[in-house]
Ligand binder design. Structure first.
Ligand code: ZN
Length: 424
């Protein structure tokens, strides 16, 4: 700053000198060349001063931006200190450990909770701390416990362990925001897009499973044994002979807020309570629905363009999946609404403001179905899931299929192992 001021003064002095010189030159032509030289020097100095001034201004702006960014961090540090102080005497941890002692098989969530508490009470290097996080990671299945997996990975990393933290665990847009503040130029915007594309391609993420190559369905069993050893796995190639049954299935879906997420494996719509599937009078609550491309189920050996799986749970915890096949044809208005609002890149759930959606819009009028006892079609491939695949497909436009961000997210068909396929 001081230097800049000196340079500005120097510039003014030189300009003054040159003006004086120029007046003088009018009276005395002999001083001409010297004056020109002085003028050039003055201009040069003025330019330098301007550049330095700009640099100082930019530095000041950067400092202000940094200070702004630091403010919330400072309060976070304070909060953390408060939590640490509250747990300092270890009584809370001892209490929790005593309460959990009876339970031999702690859930992943409890393991993570213990890990966090141990880290804050005993420190990151305590073997018990590491053990809790490791255990949580071992027993978490990716499908519905991403948050727990993230917590365990971040916990281990904080304890100095070498672990790969999945990209989906990192705070969203943390880096992007910074880039925008300091420069906000096109180059940064391109960088951002590149990052989003990377994520979609999964190159930088470390997913537990996928649909191709090293993470593909043939390898799921390594980490999720039921996927390989289960005897009633889904999906199936649906072909006769069928067993005639008398099950009555009706769907009573309600319009609600549109909550969507791209979980890196599919586009999923989470459904508010109130929508139900009734199987012989037993109510199953619709939890979510999601898409596969092509359809996971094959009909007489052939897949359709896509399938929607509506996932339900009854009061006893039993799962039921209603599958609606999508065949190439006219545009599907329901899917148009969904695709317009879907998150293209992987991330947490977003609630689409001002848009209501009724899942019933994706159902055909006819409710004839094939039904069989199967499993989740994604890890951990848990069995005991009742499937109802509607015989009547609904339309989806070729362009709409192409717009779906996952080119292939269908598990291959599994061995039937003597299971009956019932039709109504
Ligand atoms: Zn599915």
């Amino acid at each position: 700053m001081k230097r800049t001021l000196i340079e500005v003064f120097l510039a003014i002095a030189l300009i003054g000198a040159s003006v004086f010189g120029w007046t003088n030159w009018k009276q005395n032509g002999a001083a001409g060349p010297q004056i020109t030289e002085l003028k050039a020097a003055a201009e040069e100095a003025a330019k330098t001063a301007k550049t330095s001034e700009d640099a100082v201004k930019a530095a000041q702006e950067e400092m202000a931006a940094l200070r702004e960014e630091m403010a919330p961090l400072e309060s976070k540090v304070q909060q953390l200190e408060a939590v640490k102080a509250a747990l300092a005497n270890g009584a809370t941890l001892a209490d929790l450990e005593a309460a959990y002692k009876k339970d031999k098989n702690l859930s992943a969530e409890r393991q993570v909770g213990l890990g966090a508490l141990r880290m804050l009470t005993k420190g990151a290097n305590d073997p018990a701390t590491l053990e809790s996080f490791r255990k949580a990671l071992q027993i978490s299945d990716f499908g519905n416990r991403k948050n727990t997996i993230c917590a365990a990975q971040i916990g281990l990393a904080a304890a100095g362990e070498k672990v790969t933290i999945m990209s989906e665990c990192l705070p969203k847009g943390a880096k992007d925001d910074k880039g925008e503040k300091s420069e906000g130029k096109d180059a940064k915007a391109d960088d951002k897009h590149a990052k989003a594309d990377d994520k979609k391609g999964g190159k930088h993420a470390a997913p537990h499973w996928g649909y191709e190559g090293e993470m593909g369905p043939e390898k799921w069993g390594k980490e999720f044994p039921t996927c390989a050893k289960g005897k009633s796995q889904s999906p199936l190639d649906i072909r006769g002979p069928f067993v005639k049954g008398r099950i009555v299935v009706t769907a009573d879906y309600k319009e609600g807020a549109l909550r969507m997420l791209n979980n890196g494996h599919t586009i999923q719509v989470n459904v508010n309570p109130g929508s139900k599937l009734r199987v012989d009078g037993i109510a199953y609550d619709l939890l979510q629905f999601h898409f596969h491309r092509p359809s996971e189920e094959k009909i007489d050996g052939k897949p359709l363009a896509m399938v929607v799986h509506f996932v339900h749970k009854n009061a006893e915890g039993k799962l039921a999946v209603l599958g609606v096949l999508l065949k190439e044809g006219n545009e599907n208005p329901g899917i148009k609404t969904l695709w317009t609002n879907m998150p293209k890149a992987e991330g947490p759930e977003v609630e689409v403001g001002g848009v209501k959606f009724n899942p019933g819009n994706l159902l055909p009028k006819e409710f004839d179905f094939y039904s069989y006892e199967g499993s989740l079609t994604t890890p951990p491939c848990t069995e005991g899931v009742r499937f109802f695949i509607l015989k009547t497909p609904v339309n989806v436009a070729k362009e709409q299929v192409a717009e779906f961000p996952f080119k292939l997210n269908a598990r291959p068909v599994q061995a039937q192992n003597g299971r009956e396929i019932v039709t109504n």
